[in-house]
Structure formats: C-alpha cells, structure tokens
Design a protein. Sequence first.
Length: 295
Amino acid sequence: MNIHIIGGGAVGLFFATEWSGNHIVTLQTRTKQQAERIQSEGICVIENGIETVDHVDSKMIGTVTADLIVVAVKQYHMGEIIKVLQNADAHAILFIQNGMSHLDLMNELPQKNVYVASIEHGIVKMDERTIQVNGRNKTNIGIYRGGTETIIEDIQTKSFPFEWREDIQHMLIEKMAANAVINPLTAVLQVKNGEIADNEQYRSIVKDLCQEFASVYPYKAEEEIFQSVLSICNKTVDNESSMLKDVKAGRPTEIDAIVGVLLKEAEKQDQCVTSFHLLYNMVKGKENKPGLISK
C-alpha cells in the first residue's frame, strides 16, 4: 500500500517504522528541519535497549495521494489538517487522536472510507527522529463510515497487531477515560504517571475523577474505570504524559479536546463534575506559559 502519515510525533514516527518494511510510506511533518533530518538519517527506534533505524520518505505539507492517509496529529492541529484532507486523493483515512472533538470535523471530508483508532502502545518521542518503545500492545480500530474490517489484513503484522472494534464510541470513550484523568492530573501535579497511582492522596483524586467520568459516560462502572486507570499508570510508571510535556514546553494542550468535551457533555446531562472543572481551569491557566513547571 501507499501510506501517507500526517504527523511527526511519537505515534506518527512509530507507525511509519512499523509499516516501512511492507509498504511505501511517506511521513508528513510540520517543520522542514524534521523532514530533512528524517529523510537523510531515518527514524531511530530504541526498544529493549536496542537501536534500529528505518528509512522513509519525509516531506512537509503538499498535495496528498495515497491508498491510506493516517492522521496522527494533536487535536488543536485538526482544523488545518482537515483542509488538506478535503483536497486529498485517498481511498481511506485513519484518524488517531486523543479525545473525541475531531469526530464532527470528519463529516466535512469527501472520502468514503474513514476509520478511527486508539493505541495501547507505550511510545515516547526523544527527539525529531528518535522514539523509545516502552511497551508494545495493540491498536484498536473501527469504522466511522464506509470501510470494512479487511483493512486489518493489510496493515497489521505479528509485532504490530490491530483489534477490530464494532462500537467506536465505546472505543474512544475508553481511551478518553485514561486521558481525561491521567493527562491533566499529571500536568497540574508535575508528576510522572506512576506517582498518581502510588501516592495515596493523589489516588483518592483519581477515584473522584473516575466517579465523575462514570456519571457522564456510564459505559463501565466507576470501579472498573478506576482500576483501568491505575493499571495504565502502573504500566507507564516512568512516563510523562503528553499534557505535562506540553505545559512544560509552553505549548497548547489537548485539554479542550479531552476534558472540554466531557464538560460539555456533563452540562447537557445536568451532571456535576466539580473536579474536572477544577482541573480544566488549572491546565488552561498554564497553557502557553513556559517555565511554570520545572524540568
């Protein structure tokens, strides 16, 4: 397949390397510097203490023609990417984002086959061309419109499995539960993922947040969500969440796409989610303010 990946973050780099041996892969980056470096040096993957380098074509924004376009950018870049996709020649598009605010934007696309996915791999971006794989798991995938389950046969490998999900709403909500609790809490508390599970006081906040989440999205019981969040924290003990990294760097965060969506849904249902309101405002207060959190 001819696969075009939009986004040079950890997920985009990881997918590019996994597909590079079996497909024609092009990685589209935001900066010329990253594109040129990947084009000349390849993508470096560190896993289990071993470094490997995979070479893929890399470029900046331009005309896109592909069998499959994979969109692996943060929610706050989706507006500009949708404009690119509206003019793209592609058989199918696959979206990999945190949160759910991008679903409405997908209605603006002309392509008939649109998929969404959520990943369970542990990947950290070290620099423009280097990622570290802290744990392999799977990618969940389902249909937004058109498409068939047979796409999995084309894109998965033994070490890079995909799992078909019939209900994409539940799939995205499951991912959103972890992101809505872990990301803003670690960003505000200035801690790695493992600490909010190990610290008794922090863990009590997690429980309150899971209770509020379950009141808005009752797809699972509060205790089941709580245990799932703790499990993810324990599997990613030394990871810094993407939101914590964004706050440290003074970048915008995905707080609106993750917690903001939850707050709007809670308002529609007349549910009280005081803890999430507090977290939302604390993160928004730190956005675009470098130096608020020590490195």
